[in-house]
Write a protein that binds this ligand. Sequence first.
Ligand SMILES: [Zn+2]
Length: 86
Amino acid sequence: MPTYEYRCEKCGRFEEFQRITDDPLKTCPRCGGPVKRLISSNVSIIFKGSGFYTTDNRSKEYKEQAKKENEATTSTSSTAASSAAH
Ligand SMILES: [Zn+2]
């Protein structure tokens, strides 16, 4: 059974267990004042995680690849440089 959050103008926030089929409260069960139902906000944060991991893996592989290529180029260029010095 979901918990709905309400805000009473007099009492402040409170939670109320209700069935989905129940009508939202219009009046506060404590003071009888008007209430508004709040939209639940704890759903959307988890989204971002998965993208980070794929990008991270890819960049790590890319770095390893770039490192190999870099070592290859530095070794050939150093030989070229030493032979040019002679
Ligand atoms: Zn109230």
